[in-house]
Design a protein around this ligand. Structure first.
Ligand code: NZQ
Ligand code: ZN
Length: 381
């Protein structure tokens, strides 16, 4: 096992009705309530939150869009500075929570906030505290310290230990208004988060492997139930906790990671506007295909323990097919052409990586530009 530090300070309140407990965790003083395009107003979450804030000074910024932008975040930064707000309450999906993180850094950063996006986030030493009421299980942002923000044609990610939410409030009931597209996206995003911390090489970490496999198996059991039935509270609760655990640090401590699927996926979103999880459904199986020799030992383990591929079957073929079928039954096609993308995507993606100064990716640095070209060729067929 590799050495690791593990410290996750986010307090989670989980279960039906927990939004009413907001006053227990919210500090005194004026707050900024940050939200998305209006789902919280139509599904009652906004009212539930506001009922707990009676008598409090609340400023609001709404309109954070999926794949949130730097410009929108800076709108909130201005208000925080002007009104001397000391706490941000993010109410929404991963895009709103990610924005709260970036805003929390940018509001106290004296330099150019764009620096934070350009990977100089380690220079920042303070952040406005924030908490979340999560309405969409997918990203794990509610219990991790990462954010993804778009600027112009770029989708950029960052992270810092100062950016763990102080608390996250997770009521599975509020997921009932998500449409099938968002549920499918959420299950696939969580699944791929686990896979990118699991499908690497064996590293004498059987506990982390079993953490990973338990989340994958639970998503395989509960994801389709959640997809089919918005009122199935039991499955929504299990899927929601899986998504949080998938990227909270538990699975990934002490083991190698391979975030190349996410990195390529972010480029596809930036270029073609695909949903985050759609890009993962396209890239992950193709990455598995191209890197099957390098990942052979873990692919065999994945085939046997997660998909129960019988001894006489080819583990790679079996696990590959099952993974593709799983994504597709959740409404996410795994080929670029299914999203209407027929051109040579590789040229564009590679030139974007080159411009930014490409470093080979993957658990052993074996995902080179040539491999990425190959991955996108496989995803195009
Ligand atoms: O904007 P509103 O009106 O709220 O509608 C949203 C949005 O249209 C809607 N929605 C959310 N909760 C709802 C609801 N609709 C009905 N009922 C509810 N309860 O869902 C739509 C998508 O929301 P969004 O927040 O964009 O989705 P998601 O949670 O999947 O977040 C995606 C973003 O997170 C980033 C992605 O790149 C993308 O920008 N990621 C962040 C990560 C992290 N911080 O660790 C890791 C991930 O890999 C990911 O990259
Ligand atoms: Zn993701």
């Amino acid at each position: 096992m590799q050495n690791f530090d593990f410290h996750n300070p986010t307090k989670v309140l989980f279960g039906e009705g927990v939004i009413s407990r907001l006053p227990e965790v919210l500090p005194d003083g004026p707050i900024l309530l940050l939200s998305g395009g209006g789902s919280i107003k139509s599904n009652g979450v906004y009212d539930q939150v506001m009922n707990t804030l009676i008598g409090r000074v609340v400023f609001e910024v709404s309109g954070v869009r999926p794949n949130p932008t730097f410009e929108k975040c800076m709108e909130a930064v201005e208000i925080i500075r002007k009104e001397k707000i000391g706490f941000i309450l993010a109410v929404g999906g991963g895009s709103v929570v990610d924005s709260a993180k970036f805003i929390s850094f940018a509001a106290l950063y004296e330099g150019n906030a764009e620096d934070i996006l350009r990977r100089q986030d380690t220079l920042v030493k303070k952040a406005v505290p924030f908490g979340a009421v999560l309405t969409l299980p997918a990203t794990g942002s509610e219990m991790n310290c990462y954010f993804v923000i778009s600027q112009g044609e770029e989708k950029l990610s960052g992270g810092n230990p100062l950016l763990y939410p102080q608390f996250s409030i997770l009521d599975p009931k509020v997921t009932a208004t998500l449409d099938k597209r968002q549920i499918g996206n959420g299950v696939v995003d969580a699944f791929v988060h686990v896979m990118e911390q699991y499908l690497t090489y064996p590293s004498d970490a059987p506990l982390q492997d079993r953490f990973a496999e338990s989340i994958l198996l639970t998503l395989i059991e509960e994801g389709p139930k959640s997809f089919r039935n918005p009122q199935d509270y039991k499955s929504r609760a299990n899927y929601m906790w899986c998504a949080t655990m998938a990227l909270s640090g538990v699975v990934g401590s002490g083991v190698p990671h391979d975030w190349s699927t996410h990195a390529i996926g972010h480029e596809l979103t930036a270029l073609y506007g695909l949903d985050h999880a759609q890009t993962l459904a396209i890239v992950f199986p193709a990455m598995m295909w191209v890197m099957k020799d390098e990942k052979n030992a873990k692919i065999n383990q994945y085939a046997e323990r997660v998909w129960k591929i019988a001894d006489h079957q080819d583990p790679f073929q079996g696990a590959f097919r099952k993974t593709v079928d799983f994504f597709e039954t959740l409404g996410l096609p795994t080929k670029l052409s299914a999203y209407g993308i027929k051109e040579d995507v590789a040229l564009k993606v590679i030139s974007r990586f080159e411009k930014r100064g490409f470093q080979p990716m993957g658990e052993k640095g074996l995902v080179t530009l040539d491999k990425i070209r190959e991955v996108l060729r496989v995803a195009s067929q």
